[in-house]
Design a protein around this ligand. Structure first.
Ligand code: NAD
Length: 344
């Protein structure tokens, strides 16, 4: 029996509710498959940790994370006042050098989707670009932010994206603005082309970022894997999430060489805290991506199918999907589908 030690950071606001719902589903999938065990370890992180430890990812949580192979992270409120610690997600990304931010967006049963057959993944370079964090005042009233693009980081994220594309529909679109940002996006584009030589089976095309923003609305079904730099990826991954139903149903992964973190795209929605009301699907999909990452593909597929079945039946949906089910009830309905799953 395989054993995976996985960190669970429930977060704050609605975090504990959606994470508990996800753990219920993950346990059902583990029991159904019977071939692996998730050794789940909880840690404190988020806004509540600040009052207690002065930081949102305390050192004992960092030590715990280092003993695990991956992390399921709930949403966490990010403090905005000057001098506050950076978001927990940013801290964990930096700690483990999680260079690829992966956002799958696909049409779901009974969910409003711009087109019925969207199935794409946005991969965003996560470590540099305009989010390098290097900003300074040039003079009074003029400030500069550094957009750092390196061949090494670009090739690394390109390689990740090509591998993904080669396991899917073998189509990779790279997104840039090299007509304006000639040096930085010149390096990015060349890096993609360098890596492309290793993946002759993958068809490539490229788009300027503004054209891609438009094409995602016009023909989202035409895309398979999209790779781009940090800021462009941040923007188009949210656009892509909205195409298929938005925050409540979209998850993301942050993947590095030796570690990965999985989380819902939505935030901590503080106004719904403790109401057992919000949609758990985004976090359940984060759990599904975790299973995929661990190599437990059958289990991941069973989870995905169970979510699809519950969405299709429409009897256990949360308020945002037009239903009246509680978070825990939707998770239980998904768990029941997993139990009933027939393996052929
Ligand atoms: P939010 O995503 O928390 O909520 C915006 C609105 O979306 C909510 O009021 C609610 O109406 C809806 N919503 C969100 N999740 C939902 C769900 N699961 N089911 C149903 N409806 C849902 O965004 P916000 O209010 O801008 O941010 C709140 C806090 O979360 C902020 O501090 C922000 O920085 C933080 N945040 C954290 C993460 C993260 O931890 N990964 C991501 C985004 C925002």
């Amino acid at each position: 029996m395989k054993n995976y030690r996985v960190a669970v950071l429930s977060g704050d606001g609605i975090g504990p509710e959606v994470v508990n719902a996800t753990l219920h589903v993950l346990k059902a999938a583990e029991a159904k498959t019977g071939t692996y065990k998730l050794d789940l370890v909880s840690g404190e992180a988020g806004i509540n940790a600040i009052a207690k430890y002065g930081t949102n990812v305390p050192p004992q949580t960092i030590d715990m994370l280092k003993t695990t192979v991956a992390c399921l992270k709930g949403p966490m409120t990010t403090p905005e006042e000057p001098g506050a610690p950076p978001s927990a997600a940013v801290t964990i990304r930096k700690l483990f050098n999680l260079y690829a931010n992966v956002r799958p967006c696909y049409s779901l049963p009974n969910m409003p989707s711009l087109k019925p057959n969207i199935d794409l993944i946005v991969v965003r370079e996560n470590t540099e670009g305009l989010y390098s964090g290097i900003e300074f005042d040039l003079t009074d009233g003029i400030a500069v932010a550094m957009r750092i693009i390196s061949r090494e980081a670009s090739e690394r994220v390109a390689e990740f994206s090509f591998k993904l594309a080669s396991e899917r529909r073998k189509h990779l679109s790279y997104v840039h603005k090299a007509n304006i940002l000639r040096r930085t996006d010149g390096i990015f584009n060349q890096a993609v082309l360098n890596v492309a030589k290793k993946f002759p089976e993958v068809i490539i095309d490229d788009y300027h970022i503004d054209a891609m923003a438009m094409q995602l609305i016009k023909q989202p079904e035409a895309f398979d894997v999209i790779v781009t730099t940090n800021l462009f990826g941040d923007i188009i991954s949210d656009e892509a999430a909205q195409l298929v139903g938005g925050l409540g149903v979209t998850a993301g992964a942050n993947i590095g060489e030796n570690y990965a973190m999985f989380e819902p795209v939505h935030g901590s929605a503080p106004k719904y805290t403790g109401q057992n009301k919000v949609n758990p699907v985004a976090t359940i999909f984060a759990g599904k991506m975790l299973l995929d990452y661990l190599g437990e593909k059958d289990s991941a597929n069973i989870v995905e199918k169970a979510v699809f079945d519950v969405l299709r039946e429409g009897t256990a949906l949360t308020y945002d999907l037009g239903g009246a089910a509680k978070t825990s009830e939707m998770a239980e309905a998904i768990g029941t589908k997993i139990k009933e799953h027939q393996t052929h």
